[in-house]
Design a protein around this ligand. Structure first.
Ligand code: CA
Length: 408
């Protein structure tokens, strides 16, 4: 007999470890997509999913289920800070969470980050959650289309996650009715970054069982190159009570690299700034000035000497000119760039790039927005302090607009 729910996860074709985690349970379904270097992402997704397992039980009503789900997620958020307190090398870890808890003929959904929940009902596929990403804000405000978002250079910038930087992250939650025949699907962006929303439906319609659906979707991401970890949980709503299922996949299936802390409040530790991996596009390498063999060749024919000098000086001018021109072009390019950063207390749009060359700064304040840094979430502050680069002023301004609009 086929199960009503199933989970599948794969490391993908590029990543060395699986930082995703998934759970298909009797009442509870969760997908978590961890981030952070070293073991950070594995630890974050593992810890959060394991902490939520206690909720896989029958609740008397949705209100109670909703409160417990939200408080367990906030508790897990504190536990991630505890982990970083004990293991400072894991600073910056975080995870998305999309969770669904079934209560009778309803489900409670809680969501933060860019994992997604979809519902296939009577042949229509709809996306139930909204991504907490920068590009989603651009889509919501009509600045870009969903197609443009697929290739947007800032598509991985998350506005909200569970992690060690925000003591009270904002979690979306909603209660929805379920219907017999519904097929619900939870997934990490390793699926939707490869198989876009408008191509998901046939996989969900054609698969006979939840198991088949989860496996086929993971396979579709692998066929598409799977640049990221991919995790899918599928839940079929059938008549009668759900069977007992408890399937853990991804990082949550194995042991955790560090000891799980008790849930308690502690001060948020200082965070190390993340290294900037970007390389300067300016290159003056590969060119050298030829030797200045200008010792007097007094015996040479005067005309010949002049010609040789002219050739030499000419080549020096070409070389020096090329260095100067590439420096100028490099500088001019840098001044077409913008980044959003912070001064002492407010959000600032800088013209230029945040890196220095030979001790020379390549940026200056373009607009001080006067948006106080302390009105932003700790996570946003951290991202802004690191500097978020953009190819145009308009894009930088869009991010600033999204900060002030308070859009979700
Ligand atoms: Ca991912």
């Amino acid at each position: 007999m086929s199960k009503h729910s199933a989970a599948a996860s794969n490391v993908g074709k590029v990543r060395s470890s699986n930082q995703d985690a998934g759970y298909a349970g009797t009442y509870l379904s969760v997908v978590a997509d961890g981030m952070g270097g070293h073991a950070g992402g594995d630890v974050a997704s593992h810890l959060v999913i394991r902490h939520l397992l206690q909720l896989d039980k029958e609740f008397a009503n949705v209100t109670e289920a909703q409160q417990e789900l939200l408080s367990a997620m906030l508790q897990a958020n504190e536990m991630l800070s505890d982990v970083v307190y004990e293991h400072p090398e894991l600073a910056g870890l975080g995870t998305t969470v999309s969770a669904m808890l079934r209560v009778g003929r309803q489900v409670v959904i809680a969501h933060i980050g860019d994992s997604r929940i979809y519902l296939l009902r009577e042949g229509n596929l709809s996306q139930v959650t909204v991504d907490h990403t920068f590009v989603q804000r651009l889509i919501d405000s009509g600045r870009i289309t969903e197609e443009e978002a697929h290739d947007h250079p800032r598509r991985s910038v998350l506005m909200r996650v569970l992690g060690d930087v925000d003591a009270s992250p904002e979690i979306d939650t909603v209660v929805l009715d379920v219907a017999e025949g519904d097929r619900w699907m939870l997934c990490s962006d390793g699926l939707t970054g490869v198989v876009y929303s408008d191509r998901l439906k046939p996989f969900l319609v054609e698969a006979e069982t939840a198991d088949d659906a989860a496996d086929t979707l993971v396979q579709a991401s692998l066929t598409g190159g799977a640049p990221d970890n991919v995790t899918v949980v599928v839940v079929d709503i059938t008549d009668g009570d759900p069977e007992n299922i408890a399937e853990l996949v991804g990082s949550a299936a194995g042991p955790m690299a560090v000891k799980a802390p008790e849930a308690k409040l502690i001060p948020t530790p200082n965070l190390k700034p993340r290294p900037k991996p970007k390389k300067l596009p300016i290159s003056t390498g590969g060119m050298s000035v030829p030797p200045t063999a200008l010792t007097a060749q007094l015996d040479a024919v005067k005309a010949k000497r002049i010609r040789r000098r002219a050739v030499l000086i000419g080549s020096m001018i070409v070389v020096v000119g090329a260095i100067v021109i590439s420096a100028i072009l490099g500088y001019r390019w840098s001044q077409t760039q913008f980044y959003v950063g912070g001064d002492k207390d407010s959000v600032v749009i800088y013209q230029g790039i945040s890196q220095n060359v030979l001790g020379f700064g390549l940026s200056h304040v373009y607009v001080d927005t006067d948006i106080p840094l302390d009105t932003l979430t700790a996570y946003q502050q951290q991202q802004i302090k690191n500097g978020i680069p953009f190819g145009s002023y308009q894009e930088a301004q869009s991010l600033v607009d999204s900060l002030t609009s308070g859009a979700k």
